[in-house]
Design a protein around this ligand. Sequence first.
Ligand code: SF4
Ligand code: SF4
Length: 372
Amino acid sequence: MFQGTLLVKNVAEDMLKALRVPAEKLGRHGLESIKERVVFLEELLSPLPEPEVLKNALLTGFTEVLGIEPIPSQLTDREREIYNELIKLFSSDEWIYKIDNPSSRKGTLTGVSRADGVVRAAAHVEVDKKLVTSVQFWGDFFVTPKRIIPDLEASLKFIPANPKKAREKVDEFFVKNKFDFIGVSPKNFADALSMAIEKIELVRRGLTFEETNNIMFANIDLRRIEEYDFEYFLFPYCSKLVGCAWRHDVDCPMCGQCSVGEGYEIALASGLKPMTITSFEHLVQTHRWLRKKGVKGYIGSCCEEFFVKHKDEFDGSGLNIILVRIDSATCYELSQAKAAYRGEFESQTELNLKLIRKTLGLIRPRKSITAE
Ligand code: SF4
Ligand code: SF4
């Protein structure tokens, strides 16, 4: 059976959103670079032929290249019977959310490590058996020989779901095998994998796999998440209503017109002091300010792209940090990362309030604060 895709109309933006392409895969020029690397038929042919003309052209091409004789037909009765049977399964929630079904306690956890390049790891785990059944790595790096990554992945099948042991396995593999990397080092692979496996603690505490993968953290041992002292909740300005006079202010009077107002209320009810971060520079200053005040840690919200890009800043902040991923298209996906860096991203993102609530339920409770 052959299957392929002909890109007809340029819907690169929708395509990126649907596929959730990681920002670092887009490179420096975001959407523009994708548009340069992928060509759509409408950019090559004008006027664009009707769908029937395209289908006939494909059929002629297949006939010539494959040396076959196409025979138009409908599904047979037996095929239709099988289709009717299987469509129920494939359109059921049970199938669609199968890998993220907390009751099966099997699913995929992801981790990321950033040095010069970015390495991501996905670990398929069985929580009850404390087992990693398979691992995949990907990212922006060059490696020779090419088979070193598949070999590494093969060596990590059915290992204990223990971050320390997984790290040892990765180290052992790179000691035994010859390789040459550009952009990353073996440590990146060990870091990304152990981060993914560490997240199993959040599944044990009742988060779904999808929710768990929307949590990012720095300087936190998730096995002891209840022991940390979090004092602040940092919100991103991009989740505030565009045009609101408070969008670029650290405060929010909670008028209720955007998710940040509700976020402030939730934070206060959990005893956390809410504030808004208005740019990357402001985040760096805030880290310094919090450290000076003797604050130990904070909960926050941002997009994953921001976390990955500035991972060194979070790791080096000297603060215990848990971040809940925002719930919508980011400035990276909309090619506005540079403007966002300066605090000038003029679209609105949505906070994941449900996950924020669940996350706050995992940490040590504080006395609620009344808004001034
Ligand atoms: S809740 Fe109201 S005041 Fe606060 S950021 Fe949103 S729109 Fe502005
Ligand atoms: S990088 Fe962009 S989308 Fe992400 S938190 Fe900052 S402004 Fe929002």
